[in-house]
Ligand binder design. Structure first.
Ligand SMILES: [Zn+2]
Length: 310
């Protein structure tokens, strides 16, 4: 689904429109797992890893704007699940060793969708493979256009479906179209959410080939570096598009090639991370970026050498 106003016309839209809100104390902790009333999907419950698969650890009321001064990149996929594309993406990500965040549109696994069971099973599979699931609302309407009661209705229905499907409440949200206002930010915070925006975009909704996605991605990356000093960020993609999937290994390959050059120049390398915490100032993920760089350099030394010998 086209994300709307903030993408209008341009394939290089790269910045989320809203400045981050200040930290706000988190509301009372949410007891997990939350069991919504039993629905038809409950029969297929699969064990999920004992980890924070919905981003409960992040403070509510926070808006993660998605840029980074480091060459740190996190993949996020919106608008799924789709039976045509998401399962193939999950296999690709496993092969590449990438963990991502999936912002699911709950319409596709609710009552009435002809593939609701299949889609619910895909959401469970996303979690089983170690990725994170966030809320992308039920109907994908831009939240600033809705009244508070309508937004809360969107949240209630999507939360119920996600909780029923994976046994956990969503705590991360990607506002449809990246549209936010102060009122909406406040309301999302009061409902316990961390809003996750993005800084990087390959224009996958506007273009139709993986090569164009890769080209757009690097144009956006370079432009952001020139204009803001950010050298990495949260990357928005859509798991509903086959060409977006096909762009993923190409992107990874192109970043690795750049890393060979950066290694030779003694520069920081591109690092595909699996934790949103790297984009929150003051948050300490398990492994420091410096440690990760050490490991990346070691791997790049071997890989780039092999490439050079060919
Ligand atoms: Zn969307």
């Amino acid at each position: 689904m086209v994300a709307g106003g903030s993408f209008a016309g341009a394939s290089e839209v790269s910045t989320a429109p809203v400045a981050p809100l200040a930290f706000r104390p988190a509301p009372a902790p949410i007891v997990e797992p939350i069991h919504a009333e039993p629905g038809p999907e409950v029969a297929e419950v699969v064990p999920i890893p004992n980890q924070d698969v919905t981003g409960l650890r992040f403070p509510s009321g926070l808006t993660i704007s998605g840029g980074s001064k480091h060459r740190t990149i996190l993949f996020t996929f919106d608008d799924g699940p789709s039976r045509r594309t998401t399962p193939r993406l999950l296999d690709m990500l496993d092969e590449l060793g990438i963990k991502a965040v999936f912002f699911v549109k709950t319409e596709s696994f609710g009552n009435g969708n002809p593939w609701e069971r299949e889609h619910a099973a895909i959401v469970r599979e996303i979690v089983r493979r170690g990725h994170t699931v966030g809320n992308h609302t039920e109907t994908h309407r831009q939240l600033p256009l809705l009244r508070n009661a309508e937004i809360e209705a969107e949240l209630a229905i999507s939360e119920r479906k996600i909780a029923r499907t994976i046994g956990r409440m969503p705590r991360l949200i990607r506002p449809p179209g990246g549209a936010l206002s102060e009122r909406v930010q406040q309301l999302l915070g009061e409902n316990g959410y961390t809003s996750v925006m993005w800084a990087l975009y390959g224009g996958d909704l506007e273009v139709s080939t993986p090569e164009e996605v890769v080209r757009t991605f690097f144009r956006v990356l370079e432009r952001r570096e020139r204009e803001t000093g950010d050298r990495g960020g949260i990357l928005l993609m859509h798991d509903t598009k086959a060409h977006s999937l096909d762009a993923v290994p190409r992107l990874v390959d192109a970043l690795q090639k750049r890393n060979c050059k950066l290694l030779a120049e003694g520069e920081e390398l591109y690092d595909i991370v699996d934790d949103l915490g790297y984009f929150i100032p003051g948050h300490e993920p398990d492994q420091s970026l410096e440690e990760r760089q050490e490991e990346l350099r070691e791997r790049a030394r071997r890989a780039c050498h092999t490439v050079a010998l060919r």
